[in-house]
Design a binder for this molecule. Structure first.
Ligand SMILES: Cc1cc2nc3c(=O)[nH]c(=O)nc-3n(C[C@H](O)[C@H](O)[C@H](O)COP(=O)(O)OP(=O)(O)OC[C@H]3O[C@@H](n4cnc5c(N)ncnc54)[C@H](O)[C@@H]3O)c2cc1C
Length: 315
Protein backbone atom coordinates (compact mmCIF):
# COMPACT_ATOMS: atom_id res chain seq x y z
CA UNK A 1 0.00 0.00 0.00
CA UNK A 2 1.32 3.45 -0.86
CA UNK A 3 0.64 6.47 1.34
CA UNK A 4 0.44 9.93 -0.24
CA UNK A 5 0.25 13.39 1.30
CA UNK A 6 -1.09 13.91 4.81
CA UNK A 7 -4.55 15.47 4.93
CA UNK A 8 -5.79 17.52 7.84
CA UNK A 9 -8.97 15.44 7.91
CA UNK A 10 -10.04 12.18 6.30
CA UNK A 11 -13.84 12.07 6.14
CA UNK A 12 -15.11 8.57 5.63
CA UNK A 13 -18.56 8.74 4.05
CA UNK A 14 -19.87 11.33 1.62
CA UNK A 15 -23.54 11.49 2.64
CA UNK A 16 -25.28 14.48 4.20
CA UNK A 17 -23.06 14.32 7.31
CA UNK A 18 -19.70 13.85 5.57
CA UNK A 19 -20.34 16.44 2.85
CA UNK A 20 -21.52 19.06 5.34
CA UNK A 21 -18.37 18.55 7.39
CA UNK A 22 -16.29 18.72 4.22
CA UNK A 23 -17.75 22.12 3.29
CA UNK A 24 -17.17 23.53 6.80
CA UNK A 25 -13.59 22.26 6.90
CA UNK A 26 -12.68 23.19 3.32
CA UNK A 27 -14.03 26.70 3.89
CA UNK A 28 -11.55 26.89 6.80
CA UNK A 29 -8.81 26.03 4.27
CA UNK A 30 -8.27 22.58 5.75
CA UNK A 31 -6.89 19.85 3.50
CA UNK A 32 -9.86 17.50 3.36
CA UNK A 33 -10.25 14.12 1.71
CA UNK A 34 -13.71 12.52 1.50
CA UNK A 35 -13.62 8.77 0.95
CA UNK A 36 -16.98 7.49 -0.24
CA UNK A 37 -18.16 4.28 -1.87
CA UNK A 38 -21.47 5.74 -3.02
CA UNK A 39 -24.08 3.78 -1.08
CA UNK A 40 -26.11 6.34 0.86
CA UNK A 41 -28.86 4.88 2.99
CA UNK A 42 -31.75 6.52 1.12
CA UNK A 43 -30.48 5.54 -2.34
CA UNK A 44 -33.71 3.58 -2.94
CA UNK A 45 -35.82 6.68 -2.36
CA UNK A 46 -36.88 9.14 -5.09
CA UNK A 47 -37.27 12.18 -2.85
CA UNK A 48 -35.90 13.55 0.42
CA UNK A 49 -38.50 15.37 2.51
CA UNK A 50 -38.14 17.78 5.43
CA UNK A 51 -35.03 19.27 3.85
CA UNK A 52 -35.57 23.00 4.19
CA UNK A 53 -35.19 24.86 0.92
CA UNK A 54 -34.87 21.59 -1.03
CA UNK A 55 -38.17 19.89 -0.05
CA UNK A 56 -38.64 16.68 -2.06
CA UNK A 57 -35.23 16.89 -3.70
CA UNK A 58 -33.87 13.76 -5.42
CA UNK A 59 -31.43 12.31 -2.82
CA UNK A 60 -28.74 11.67 -5.46
CA UNK A 61 -29.06 15.22 -6.77
CA UNK A 62 -28.73 16.59 -3.25
CA UNK A 63 -25.48 14.68 -2.71
CA UNK A 64 -24.10 15.63 -6.13
CA UNK A 65 -24.81 19.29 -5.36
CA UNK A 66 -23.19 18.96 -1.93
CA UNK A 67 -20.13 17.30 -3.41
CA UNK A 68 -19.82 20.11 -5.96
CA UNK A 69 -20.00 22.67 -3.15
CA UNK A 70 -17.30 20.89 -1.14
CA UNK A 71 -15.09 20.59 -4.24
CA UNK A 72 -15.55 24.31 -4.95
CA UNK A 73 -13.81 25.06 -1.64
CA UNK A 74 -11.01 22.57 -2.32
CA UNK A 75 -12.15 19.31 -0.71
CA UNK A 76 -10.82 16.24 -2.53
CA UNK A 77 -12.74 13.04 -3.14
CA UNK A 78 -11.87 9.40 -3.51
CA UNK A 79 -14.56 7.01 -4.79
CA UNK A 80 -13.35 4.08 -2.76
CA UNK A 81 -14.09 2.06 0.35
CA UNK A 82 -12.12 2.56 3.57
CA UNK A 83 -11.38 -0.95 4.79
CA UNK A 84 -9.03 -0.40 7.74
CA UNK A 85 -7.83 2.40 9.98
CA UNK A 86 -5.02 2.65 12.51
CA UNK A 87 -3.36 5.26 14.69
CA UNK A 88 0.06 6.57 13.65
CA UNK A 89 2.50 9.11 15.06
CA UNK A 90 0.97 12.02 13.12
CA UNK A 91 -2.63 10.88 13.44
CA UNK A 92 -4.20 8.08 11.42
CA UNK A 93 -3.71 5.93 8.37
CA UNK A 94 -6.72 4.67 6.44
CA UNK A 95 -6.44 1.79 3.97
CA UNK A 96 -8.62 1.88 0.87
CA UNK A 97 -10.03 -1.13 -0.93
CA UNK A 98 -8.33 0.16 -4.10
CA UNK A 99 -4.93 -0.52 -2.54
CA UNK A 100 -3.79 2.92 -1.36
CA UNK A 101 -3.45 4.30 2.15
CA UNK A 102 -4.33 7.81 3.23
CA UNK A 103 -2.71 9.69 6.12
CA UNK A 104 -4.70 12.25 8.08
CA UNK A 105 -4.36 14.17 11.33
CA UNK A 106 -8.02 13.65 12.21
CA UNK A 107 -10.74 11.23 11.12
CA UNK A 108 -14.47 11.81 10.81
CA UNK A 109 -16.60 8.69 10.59
CA UNK A 110 -19.69 9.69 8.60
CA UNK A 111 -20.31 6.14 7.46
CA UNK A 112 -24.09 5.98 7.99
CA UNK A 113 -26.07 2.82 8.66
CA UNK A 114 -27.78 -0.05 6.87
CA UNK A 115 -31.44 -0.88 7.43
CA UNK A 116 -31.92 -4.54 8.30
CA UNK A 117 -35.40 -5.27 6.99
CA UNK A 118 -37.84 -7.98 8.10
CA UNK A 119 -36.96 -11.13 6.19
CA UNK A 120 -40.25 -11.55 4.31
CA UNK A 121 -40.86 -11.84 0.56
CA UNK A 122 -41.86 -8.49 -0.93
CA UNK A 123 -40.37 -6.25 1.75
CA UNK A 124 -37.10 -5.47 -0.06
CA UNK A 125 -38.83 -5.19 -3.44
CA UNK A 126 -40.97 -2.26 -2.29
CA UNK A 127 -38.51 -0.77 0.25
CA UNK A 128 -38.34 3.01 0.01
CA UNK A 129 -41.39 3.32 -2.25
CA UNK A 130 -44.42 1.65 -0.62
CA UNK A 131 -42.61 -0.19 2.19
CA UNK A 132 -41.77 2.61 4.59
CA UNK A 133 -40.39 3.22 8.05
CA UNK A 134 -40.57 6.94 8.81
CA UNK A 135 -43.70 9.10 8.90
CA UNK A 136 -41.64 12.26 8.41
CA UNK A 137 -39.79 10.88 5.37
CA UNK A 138 -42.75 9.56 3.43
CA UNK A 139 -45.89 9.77 5.57
CA UNK A 140 -47.51 12.71 3.77
CA UNK A 141 -47.17 10.78 0.50
CA UNK A 142 -49.46 8.00 1.82
CA UNK A 143 -51.92 10.17 3.74
CA UNK A 144 -55.48 8.90 3.59
CA UNK A 145 -54.37 5.55 2.14
CA UNK A 146 -54.70 1.99 3.49
CA UNK A 147 -51.62 1.65 5.66
CA UNK A 148 -50.47 -1.66 7.17
CA UNK A 149 -48.00 -1.77 10.06
CA UNK A 150 -45.88 -4.94 10.01
CA UNK A 151 -45.29 -5.18 13.75
CA UNK A 152 -42.11 -6.47 15.33
CA UNK A 153 -41.78 -4.62 18.65
CA UNK A 154 -42.53 -1.45 20.66
CA UNK A 155 -41.39 0.78 17.75
CA UNK A 156 -44.28 -0.65 15.70
CA UNK A 157 -46.84 0.69 18.20
CA UNK A 158 -45.16 4.09 18.01
CA UNK A 159 -45.31 3.93 14.19
CA UNK A 160 -49.00 2.92 14.29
CA UNK A 161 -49.86 5.99 16.37
CA UNK A 162 -47.92 8.33 14.07
CA UNK A 163 -49.30 6.91 10.82
CA UNK A 164 -52.81 7.02 12.33
CA UNK A 165 -52.33 10.78 12.34
CA UNK A 166 -52.12 10.53 8.54
CA UNK A 167 -54.87 8.06 7.74
CA UNK A 168 -58.14 6.71 9.16
CA UNK A 169 -57.34 3.31 7.65
CA UNK A 170 -54.46 1.83 9.62
CA UNK A 171 -54.11 -1.92 10.30
CA UNK A 172 -51.52 -3.34 12.65
CA UNK A 173 -50.38 -6.84 11.63
CA UNK A 174 -49.27 -8.26 14.98
CA UNK A 175 -47.09 -10.88 13.19
CA UNK A 176 -44.31 -11.79 15.68
CA UNK A 177 -44.63 -8.75 17.97
CA UNK A 178 -44.29 -9.53 21.68
CA UNK A 179 -47.33 -8.50 23.76
CA UNK A 180 -46.98 -4.67 23.98
CA UNK A 181 -49.07 -4.46 27.17
CA UNK A 182 -52.51 -3.29 28.20
CA UNK A 183 -51.92 0.42 27.61
CA UNK A 184 -50.76 -0.12 24.01
CA UNK A 185 -53.74 -2.34 23.19
CA UNK A 186 -56.06 0.27 24.69
CA UNK A 187 -54.48 3.05 22.59
CA UNK A 188 -54.75 1.06 19.37
CA UNK A 189 -58.39 0.29 20.14
CA UNK A 190 -59.29 3.86 21.08
CA UNK A 191 -57.67 5.24 17.93
CA UNK A 192 -59.58 2.80 15.71
CA UNK A 193 -56.48 0.94 14.54
CA UNK A 194 -57.48 -2.54 13.38
CA UNK A 195 -55.31 -5.34 14.76
CA UNK A 196 -54.81 -8.52 12.71
CA UNK A 197 -53.22 -11.44 14.53
CA UNK A 198 -51.37 -14.25 12.78
CA UNK A 199 -48.05 -14.62 11.04
CA UNK A 200 -47.50 -12.54 7.90
CA UNK A 201 -46.14 -14.63 5.00
CA UNK A 202 -45.43 -12.01 2.30
CA UNK A 203 -46.30 -8.71 0.68
CA UNK A 204 -47.75 -8.80 -2.81
CA UNK A 205 -47.98 -6.28 -5.63
CA UNK A 206 -46.49 -5.34 -8.99
CA UNK A 207 -45.15 -1.78 -9.02
CA UNK A 208 -46.40 -1.09 -5.50
CA UNK A 209 -47.60 -3.03 -2.48
CA UNK A 210 -51.13 -4.26 -3.05
CA UNK A 211 -51.74 -6.67 -0.18
CA UNK A 212 -50.44 -8.26 2.99
CA UNK A 213 -50.79 -12.05 2.90
CA UNK A 214 -50.89 -14.11 6.10
CA UNK A 215 -49.43 -17.61 6.45
CA UNK A 216 -53.04 -18.78 6.78
CA UNK A 217 -53.63 -17.56 3.20
CA UNK A 218 -55.88 -14.68 4.26
CA UNK A 219 -55.07 -11.50 2.39
CA UNK A 220 -55.59 -7.81 3.28
CA UNK A 221 -55.50 -4.90 0.84
CA UNK A 222 -52.86 -2.24 1.59
CA UNK A 223 -51.39 0.71 -0.31
CA UNK A 224 -48.35 1.01 1.93
CA UNK A 225 -46.71 -1.12 4.61
CA UNK A 226 -44.67 0.28 7.48
CA UNK A 227 -41.78 -1.78 8.89
CA UNK A 228 -39.38 -1.20 11.79
CA UNK A 229 -35.89 -2.03 10.46
CA UNK A 230 -33.01 -2.81 12.77
CA UNK A 231 -30.42 -0.08 12.28
CA UNK A 232 -26.91 -1.39 11.64
CA UNK A 233 -24.54 1.57 12.00
CA UNK A 234 -21.27 1.15 10.12
CA UNK A 235 -18.95 1.01 13.11
CA UNK A 236 -16.20 -1.38 11.92
CA UNK A 237 -13.51 1.30 11.49
CA UNK A 238 -14.37 2.78 14.89
CA UNK A 239 -14.01 -0.62 16.53
CA UNK A 240 -10.72 -1.24 14.68
CA UNK A 241 -9.44 2.01 16.16
CA UNK A 242 -10.29 0.70 19.63
CA UNK A 243 -13.71 2.30 20.15
CA UNK A 244 -16.63 0.65 21.93
CA UNK A 245 -20.08 0.90 20.39
CA UNK A 246 -23.19 1.66 22.43
CA UNK A 247 -26.21 -0.64 22.27
CA UNK A 248 -29.71 0.66 21.60
CA UNK A 249 -32.87 -1.48 21.30
CA UNK A 250 -32.84 -0.71 17.56
CA UNK A 251 -29.13 -1.23 16.91
CA UNK A 252 -25.59 -0.28 17.96
CA UNK A 253 -24.01 3.12 17.24
CA UNK A 254 -20.87 5.17 17.88
CA UNK A 255 -21.33 7.16 21.10
CA UNK A 256 -20.22 10.77 20.84
CA UNK A 257 -20.16 14.01 22.77
CA UNK A 258 -22.29 16.94 21.66
CA UNK A 259 -20.07 17.94 18.73
CA UNK A 260 -19.26 14.45 17.51
CA UNK A 261 -16.05 13.80 19.48
CA UNK A 262 -15.75 10.09 20.24
CA UNK A 263 -13.91 8.47 23.12
CA UNK A 264 -10.90 8.11 20.78
CA UNK A 265 -8.87 11.36 20.64
CA UNK A 266 -8.77 12.60 17.05
CA UNK A 267 -11.79 10.58 15.90
CA UNK A 268 -15.20 12.18 15.35
CA UNK A 269 -18.47 10.69 14.17
CA UNK A 270 -21.56 12.34 12.66
CA UNK A 271 -24.86 11.38 11.05
CA UNK A 272 -26.43 7.94 11.25
CA UNK A 273 -23.17 6.27 12.36
CA UNK A 274 -23.62 8.00 15.74
CA UNK A 275 -27.32 8.91 15.70
CA UNK A 276 -29.61 6.15 14.45
CA UNK A 277 -32.60 8.49 14.20
CA UNK A 278 -30.92 11.32 12.28
CA UNK A 279 -32.72 12.45 9.16
CA UNK A 280 -30.92 14.32 6.36
CA UNK A 281 -30.97 17.77 8.00
CA UNK A 282 -29.90 16.37 11.37
CA UNK A 283 -27.04 14.44 9.75
CA UNK A 284 -25.99 17.59 7.89
CA UNK A 285 -26.16 19.62 11.08
CA UNK A 286 -24.07 17.05 12.97
CA UNK A 287 -21.56 17.12 10.10
CA UNK A 288 -21.17 20.91 10.30
CA UNK A 289 -20.81 20.71 14.10
CA UNK A 290 -18.14 18.02 13.84
CA UNK A 291 -16.34 19.94 11.09
CA UNK A 292 -16.25 23.05 13.24
CA UNK A 293 -15.08 21.08 16.29
CA UNK A 294 -12.32 19.37 14.30
CA UNK A 295 -11.14 22.72 12.96
CA UNK A 296 -11.01 24.10 16.52
CA UNK A 297 -9.09 21.02 17.67
CA UNK A 298 -6.54 21.41 14.86
CA UNK A 299 -6.19 25.16 15.46
CA UNK A 300 -5.66 24.56 19.19
CA UNK A 301 -2.93 22.02 18.44
CA UNK A 302 -1.29 24.37 15.94
CA UNK A 303 -1.28 27.24 18.45
CA UNK A 304 0.33 25.01 21.09
CA UNK A 305 2.99 23.81 18.65
CA UNK A 306 3.66 27.41 17.55
CA UNK A 307 4.24 28.46 21.16
CA UNK A 308 6.61 25.51 21.75
CA UNK A 309 8.53 26.30 18.54
CA UNK A 310 8.88 29.95 19.47
CA UNK A 311 10.06 29.06 22.96
CA UNK A 312 12.64 26.64 21.50
CA UNK A 313 13.83 29.26 18.99
CA UNK A 314 14.27 31.85 21.76
CA UNK A 315 16.17 29.55 24.15
C1 LIG B 1 -35.92 4.69 2.40
C2 LIG B 1 -35.43 5.88 3.16
C3 LIG B 1 -35.97 7.13 2.92
C4 LIG B 1 -35.53 8.23 3.62
N1 LIG B 1 -36.12 9.43 3.39
C5 LIG B 1 -35.71 10.51 4.08
C6 LIG B 1 -36.35 11.77 3.87
O1 LIG B 1 -37.28 11.91 3.07
N2 LIG B 1 -35.92 12.83 4.60
C7 LIG B 1 -34.90 12.72 5.51
O2 LIG B 1 -34.54 13.71 6.13
N3 LIG B 1 -34.30 11.52 5.73
C8 LIG B 1 -34.66 10.43 5.03
N4 LIG B 1 -34.05 9.22 5.25
C9 LIG B 1 -32.92 9.16 6.20
C10 LIG B 1 -31.61 9.54 5.46
O3 LIG B 1 -31.32 8.54 4.53
C11 LIG B 1 -30.49 9.69 6.48
O4 LIG B 1 -30.86 10.67 7.42
C12 LIG B 1 -29.18 10.15 5.83
O5 LIG B 1 -28.85 9.33 4.75
C13 LIG B 1 -28.06 10.13 6.87
O6 LIG B 1 -26.91 10.69 6.29
P1 LIG B 1 -25.46 10.11 6.65
O7 LIG B 1 -24.51 11.03 5.98
O8 LIG B 1 -25.33 9.87 8.09
O9 LIG B 1 -25.41 8.65 5.97
P2 LIG B 1 -25.56 8.21 4.45
O10 LIG B 1 -26.37 9.14 3.68
O11 LIG B 1 -25.98 6.78 4.48
O12 LIG B 1 -24.08 8.32 3.88
C14 LIG B 1 -23.04 7.48 4.32
C15 LIG B 1 -22.05 7.34 3.18
O13 LIG B 1 -20.88 6.70 3.67
C16 LIG B 1 -20.44 5.74 2.73
N5 LIG B 1 -19.62 4.76 3.46
C17 LIG B 1 -19.98 4.00 4.52
N6 LIG B 1 -18.94 3.25 4.94
C18 LIG B 1 -17.91 3.56 4.11
C19 LIG B 1 -16.56 3.13 4.03
N7 LIG B 1 -16.04 2.23 4.88
N8 LIG B 1 -15.76 3.64 3.06
C20 LIG B 1 -16.26 4.56 2.18
N9 LIG B 1 -17.53 5.03 2.22
C21 LIG B 1 -18.34 4.52 3.18
C22 LIG B 1 -21.73 5.19 2.14
O14 LIG B 1 -21.50 4.59 0.89
C23 LIG B 1 -22.58 6.47 2.04
O15 LIG B 1 -22.37 7.12 0.81
C24 LIG B 1 -34.49 8.10 4.59
C25 LIG B 1 -33.95 6.83 4.83
C26 LIG B 1 -34.40 5.74 4.14
C27 LIG B 1 -33.82 4.38 4.43
Amino acid sequence: MSTEETYDVAIIGGGAAGLSAAVALARSLRQVLVIDDGQPRNAVSHAAHNVLGREGVDPQELLATGRGEAERFGAQFRNDRAVAARRTEIGFEVDLAGGQSVAARRVLLATGLSDQLPDLPGVRKFWGTTVLHCPYCHGWEVKGQRIGILASGPMSIHQALLFRQLSDDVTLFAHDMPDPGEQAWAELDALGITVVTGEVARLEGDDAVRSVVLASGEDFAADAVVVAPRFIAHTQLYEQLGGTVEQHPQGAFIPTQERGQTEIPGVWAAGNSSDLMAMVSMAASAGVLAGVAINVDLATEEARVAVERKATAVS
